[in-house]
Design a binder for this molecule. Structure first.
Ligand code: GUN
Length: 293
C-alpha cells in the first residue's frame, strides 16, 4: 500500500509555480494576480481565504482580499464582481462560499466573467469541461486529477466508482475520468444516496472516489484487493485531544481499507492540500491565457 501524499505533491507544484513566477519577474512581465471576496466572518471561510492568500505569497503572486459584512446587499456584491471582471490587473478571482441567505449564490456565480472564474463554478466553465473544451476546472476534481497523474495511476479502461454526485466534486470527477486522456479513459459509475447495491458496485471498483461527506462510510468489506481509494471527505468531528476541539475525518474507514489498497489518500494530508494549489494553477493558467485567448 502506498500513501498518496497530497501535502508533499502540493509543495512540489507550488515550488514549480514559484520558479515560473520568478522567471516572469525577471523578464519584467506582469505578475499573476488572484483576488478573493469574503462576506462575513465564518470561521471556515476565514481560514480557507487566509490559506488562499498565503498560497499566493508562497508562489509570488499578487493577491487582494475584498471584505464585506454579512449585511452587504446582493446588488453591492454583484457590483463588486462586475468591477473585478473589468479590472485588467486581476487575472482571476473567487467569491468565497457560502454566502448569506439573502444573496443568490447562483446569481453571483453567473455574474463572474468565465475568463476569470478560477474556481471553475460558472456554468460556462462546467459546460466547456463537460464537452472536453479548455476550461477552468474546480479545485477538488483538478487536485485529484493532478494526484492521479503525478502518482502515475493508470485509469485507462479501469472501473472508477464515484460515490457522491455533488456539482463541485462527484459530478465533475465522473466527467473527467470518463473523458479521453490520461488520467481519463475510465469506465465510470456514479453512486449516491439512492443507489441500490452500493457495496456490490464498490467491490467491482478499481478506483473509488469517496465524496459523500459521511465519515467512515467506505468500510473494508466494500473494497477489493489492490484498489485505489481517493478520500474526499473532510467532516469536522469533535475531538478532545486537539487544540481546536475538532479533527477532520474522511469518508473512508482508513484503518480497515488501507491494508487492501494499492494507493490511498489519507485525511488530512491527501486531497485537501491540493485544492488551494489547484486554484493557484488556475490563476497561472488565466494569467498565461491558456484557457481563453
Ligand atoms: N467554499 C468552500 N470551498 C470553496 C471553494 O472551492 N471556492 C469558493 N469560492 N468557496 C468555497
Amino acid at each position: 500500500m502506498q500513501l498518496i501524499d497530497g501535502k508533499q505533491t502540493s509543495k512540489e507544484v507550488r515550488m514549480e509555480i514559484a520558479a515560473e513566477v520568478a522567471k516572469l519577474k525577471e523578464a519584467g512581465a506582469k505578475i499573476p494576480h488572484l483576488a478573493a471576496i469574503l462576506v462575513g466572518h465564518d470561521g471556515g471561510s476565514e481560514s480557507y481565504v487566509a490559506g488562499k492568500i498565503r498560497a499566493c505569497e508562497e508562489v509570488g503572486f499578487k493577491s487582494s482580499l475584498i471584505r464585506f459584512e454579512d449585511d452587504v446587499t446582493e446588488e453591492e456584491l454583484i457590483n463588486k464582481v462586475k468591477e473585478m471582471n473589468n479590472d485588467a490587473d486581476v487575472d482571476g478571482f473567487i467569491v468565497q462560499l457560502p454566502l448569506p441567505k439573502h444573496i443568490s449564490e447562483d446569481k453571483v456565480n453567473e455574474t463572474i466573467d468565465p475568463r476569470k472564474d478560477v474556481d471553475g463554478f460558472h456554468p460556462v466553465n462546467v459546460g466547456r469541461m463537460t464537452i472536453g473544451m479548455p476550461a477552468f476546472i474546480s479545485a477538488t476534481p483538478q487536485g485529484i486529477m493532478e494526484l492521479l497523474k503525478r502518482y502515475q495511476i493508470d485509469t485507462k479502461g479501469k472501473h472508477c466508482v464515484v460515490i457522491g454526485r455533488s456539482n463541485i466534486v462527484g459530478r465533475p470527477m465522473s466527467v473527467l475520468l470518463s473523458q479521453k486522456g490520461n488520467p481519463g479513459d475510465a469506465t465510470v459509475t456514479v453512486c449516491h444516496s439512492r443507489t441500490a447495491n452500493l457495496k456490490e458496485i464498490c467491490l467491482q471498483a478499481d478506483i473509488i472516489i469517496a465524496a459523500i461527506g459521511s465519515p467512515g462510510f467506505v468500510k473494508g468489506d466494500m473494497v477489493k484487493e489492490g484498489a485505489v481509494v481517493i478520500d474526499v471527505g473532510t467532516t469536522r468531528v469533535p475531538a478532545t485531544d486537539t487544540k481546536s476541539g475538532w479533527r477532520l475525518k474522511g469518508d473512508v474507514l482508513f484503518d480497515e481499507v488501507a491494508p487492501k489498497c494499492s494507493f490511498i489518500t489519507p485525511v488530512p494530508g491527501g486531497v485537501g492540500p491540493m485544492t488551494i494549489t489547484s486554484l493557484i494553477i488556475n490563476t497561472l493558467k488565466s494569467a498565461k491565457k491558456e484557457i481563453y485567448q
